[in-house]
Design a protein around this ligand. Structure first.
Ligand code: GRF
Length: 187
């Protein structure tokens, strides 16, 4: 099953998906990677010989034009599933309507708590004792889609944002691979 992955950063979730897609009994194949900037994670795609491209907001007159270009870029791969793995932009109607119910996102907090771009920092600042990661269906809101999976972990007294986020990402990568495998498994 063809899958397109959208990234903005280091792409460790993408790397985990790539590794899982190469196992013998894998039910999915990553056919394209799209970033909104010069994301370091694009190297995981290029080194694997997978088409990778950047669709920059700044290259377009307005957000609607960017959303349309992003929708076209995704559609060129004809994916059955679109995975946002650290993609730090909100998707507009052109993308959401092109792939209804077929876009998922991973978020480093236990939604509905701490949505948005700083979930780890916000949870830590709040003083939670437990946090984690969530995989959701993407809708027009900010991390408001249906929850597909969650994993929890304890916040350690010595945790700062970076250390906590790294520990969350270990859970997150495993959970995202499981959800993508489940969603692409032949019915
Ligand atoms: C992940 O924790 C994701 O949930 C958040 O940004 C991080 C991306 O990490 N939105 P990576 O680029 O996959 O390493």
């Amino acid at each position: 099953v063809p899958v397109v992955v959208l990234i903005s950063g280091t792409g460790s979730n993408l790397a985990a998906l790539l590794e899982a897609s190469r196992t013998g009994d894998s039910s999915f194949e990553i056919v394209g990677v799209i970033a909104d900037r010069e994301a370091a994670g694009l190297a995981h795609a290029t080194s694997a010989g997978i088409p990778a491209e950047i669709v920059r907001l700044g290259d377009f007159p307005d957000r609607e034009a960017w959303d349309g270009a992003l929708a076209a870029a995704i559609s060129r791969y004809a994916p059955q599933l679109v995975v946002l793995a650290g993609f730090m932009k909100l998707l507009g109607p052109a993308v959401l309507e092109a792939h209804p119910g077929r876009i998922i996102n991973t978020h480093p907090a236990l939604l509905p708590s701490f949505p948005g771009a700083h979930g780890v920092r916000d949870a830590l600042a709040y003083g939670v004792k437990v946090t984690g990661a969530s995989v959701i269906e993407v809708d027009a809101g900010v991390d408001t889609g249906r929850i597909l999976a969650q994993a929890a972990l304890e916040v350690l007294p010595e945790d700062d944002e970076a250390s906590l986020h790294e520990r969350i990402k270990v859970l997150e990568r495993r959970m995202l691979v499981d959800v993508v495998a489940d969603l692409t498994r032949p019915r």
